[in-house]
Write a protein that binds this ligand. Structure first.
Ligand SMILES: [Zn+2]
Length: 293
């Protein structure tokens, strides 16, 4: 089994990594993509890869990128990026790290666009919203260009404003323009309108499903899942976020947050929703992961 999008880079998880990898191995895990999302976590992802490169028989692949939330004026992170100047400096710094480590980086990301946290935030002025979206777009374009330049796949975050479709529209437009129809990868945790599934797949992107498909109120995501053929699906956890319902509601669980071994629950939920054998879900999604990353 594989986890195509996970964040072992979170500082509070540092001591848990050996346990997580062991648990992952116990459920039949073979490979995971550990995803950084800002300067600090990108460095941490590279550090983890060199420390745990092949631990317990598990391959740890690395993705580095700058998350669109980095440009949110309300982001609580240590380094807030609220001007075009500081964004461009950050991207230049990012590119240098990518260049130096291109052999140990398997994917570009987490990158993408997040309109939910910006356009639905009543505390941001119209001007702040517009500036932030422009910064997200410029950063995302740069990531797509770098994916093309370094021949790496992308792992993309796309989160829609409530009731809108602009985020996925803009994501696809940037992928077409800057990716020149060549760049591939995963659209991780897609929760938008299912009408866009065909366009996403026709661009050569696979769709990553995580613990959300086990949540009661996630009929819209199960609707997307039903539409995506198993050959286009990646298992992911987005750990430590989005633990499956079984973990969220289990008060005795060792960890209340997500971890890579949760792909077991996700594979089970996919098998159930799509009415296909569990073993087939595991086999095909592993092949999809190996083809993508
Ligand atoms: Zn993520």
């Amino acid at each position: 089994m594989t986890d195509s999008h996970t964040h072992l880079v979170e500082p509070q998880l540092n001591d848990e990594i050996p346990t997580f990898l062991k648990n992952f191995k116990d459920i039949g895990g073979t490979s995971l993509l550990n995803v950084g999302y800002d300067h600090e976590t990108n460095l941490q992802a590279l550090k983890i890869a060199s420390e745990f490169h092949y631990f317990e028989g598990i391959t740890i692949k690395t993705a580095i990128g700058i998350h669109p939330e980095s440009f949110n004026p309300n982001n609580m992170n240590s380094r807030r990026i609220t001007s075009f100047d500081s964004m461009r400096k950050l991207l230049i710094e990012y590119e240098k790290i990518l260049e130096r480590n291109s052999n140990s980086v398997s994917a570009i990301g987490e990158t993408g666009l997040d309109y939910f946290r910006i356009l639905d935030d009543p505390e941001l002025s119209l001007e702040q919203k517009q500036t932030t979206i422009q910064m997200q777009k410029e950063s995302f374009r740069r990531h797509v260009e770098l994916a093309l330049k370094y021949e790496k796949p992308l792992t993309i975050h796309t989160r829609e404003q409530t009731g809108g479709n602009k985020c996925i529209e803009d994501t696809l437009e940037i992928l077409c323009q800057s990716g020149k129809g060549v760049v591939r990868g995963s659209l991780h945790s897609y929760t938008g309108d299912h009408q866009y599934v065909e366009r996403i797949l026709s661009l050569g992107f696979k769709i990553g499903f995580n613990g959300i498909i086990t949540y009661k109120n996630a009929d819209n995501v199960r609707e997307i899942l039903a539409k995506v053929p198993i050959e286009e699906i990646l298992l992911e956890t987005d750990a430590p976020y989005l633990p499956p319902q079984q973990i969220r509601s289990n008060k005795k669980a060792q960890f209340n947050h997500g971890q890579p071994s949760d792909v077991l629950y996700i594979a089970e939920a996919i098998a159930q929703t799509k009415g296909i054998p569990f073993d087939e879900v595991v086999e095909v999604t592993t092949e999809n992961y190996n083809l993508t990353f």
